[in-house]
Design a protein around this ligand. Structure first.
Ligand SMILES: [Zn+2]
Length: 331
């Protein structure tokens, strides 16, 4: 089985957003150390809207110029060391501005690409993709949607195809969520390591231009979340996220997780890393061809770094760790 270790490279979008050092730079350095130690590349899905927003605001706030340079240097390092950089879009950055107190996060207007009129989507995606390519000095062809919001796909289909975005890894098995400002439903997606599609993200179409390589998903029992929250209290030094910001508030979510089984990602974030090995063995046993593991530098903990290392050690003998740049390029 091919295993793709992927990370959404971004700040938090709640209040506060956290610092670039704690949410992005420091945890990514530690991930790069792991990559170097085991010769295993990872794919970083870079929230390029953040870089564009810094560029827009740095004229008034020189601190942003400094942060911007540090991020760009790290992206060069990621590439130079054999890991991969691909496209991640959180278009709400279009509405955000910087203040002496930090980012003024406005997420309710344009949280997803679908919130823009169709004629604005192509120029936006083009601008974001070209900026990332200019920074890293090479083309990208793979995508993950911010907040996993890429439905209805038909609205972005033409733009993505024209821009050569051939691979997507937004879907996760069993995933379903809806709130006032965003929603996704992957419950009808094929349970496969990869599939072709065209206008509908979750419908296999062997003639389709696009390839979906879904993030692995599994059902988590409430007991898992009791452990997750419990360990966070009992041993914060081991289970506290490195990132120093807050997620967007989702009232009722914790309560739901603690009372009812729910689908979520196969993930290297925090306590989720405790399930990496058993979940991967299950997928491999079912004959699956590919497994995408998600993570976020900001959500890594001492515990998850340790489990990630053990996971790579255990899986390296049997499975192949790939990055998205290892996939065949579009013609
Ligand atoms: Zn994201």
């Amino acid at each position: 089985m091919n295993i793709f270790l992927t990370l959404d490279y971004e700040l938090f979008f709640g209040n506060p957003t956290g610092s670039v050092e704690k949410c992005i730079l420091e945890p990514t350095e530690r991930l790069l150390n792991i990559s170097r130690k085991y010769g295993v590349g990872m794919t970083y899905f870079v929230d390029i809207g953040y870089l564009l927003a810094m560029e827009r605001e740095m004229i008034h706030f020189p601190q942003l110029q400094h942060d911007y340079n540090l991020v760009v240097d790290q992206l060069h390092k990621i590439i130079a060391e054999g890991s991969d950089v691909q496209l991640h879009i959180h278009p709400h950055w279009e509405d955000c501005n910087y203040t002496p107190e930090g980012w003024n996060m406005i997420t309710h207007l344009h949280y997803k690409l679908d919130d823009f009129p169709e004629e604005e989507i192509y120029p936006l995606v083009k601008r974001y993709k070209e900026k990332l390519e200019e920074i890293i000095g090479r083309k990208v062809n793979s995508f993950r949607a911010g907040g996993w919001c890429l439905q209805p796909f038909s609205k972005v289909e033409k733009a993505f195809q024209e821009l050569g975005i051939k691979y997507d890894t937004t879907v996760f098995q069993g995933g379903k969520f809806s709130s006032e400002h965003y929603a996704f439903d992957f419950t009808s997606a094929p349970n496969k390591g990869r599939y072709q599609f065209q206008s509908v993200l979750t419908h296999e179409n062997p003639e389709g231009y696009f390839t979906e390589i879904p993030i692995g998903g599994m059902k988590y029992h409430p007991l898992f979340y009791w452990q997750l929250y419990g360990w966070g209290r009992v041993r914060p030094s081991r289970h506290k996220m490195l990132g120093d910001g807050n997620f967007i508030a989702q009232p009722g979510r914790k309560q739901k997780h603690l009372t009812k089984s729910s689908w979520n990602h196969i993930s290297m974030d925090g306590y989720f890393a405790s399930k990496l090995k058993s979940a991967t063995r299950k997928f491999a046993k079912s004959g699956r061809t590919d497994l995408v593991v998600i993570g976020h530098p900001k959500s890594m903990t001492e515990f998850s770094f340790e489990r990630l290392e053990r996971y790579i050690q255990a899986m390296q003998k049997k499975h192949e760790f790939l990055t998205f740049k290892d996939l065949p390029h579009a013609d």
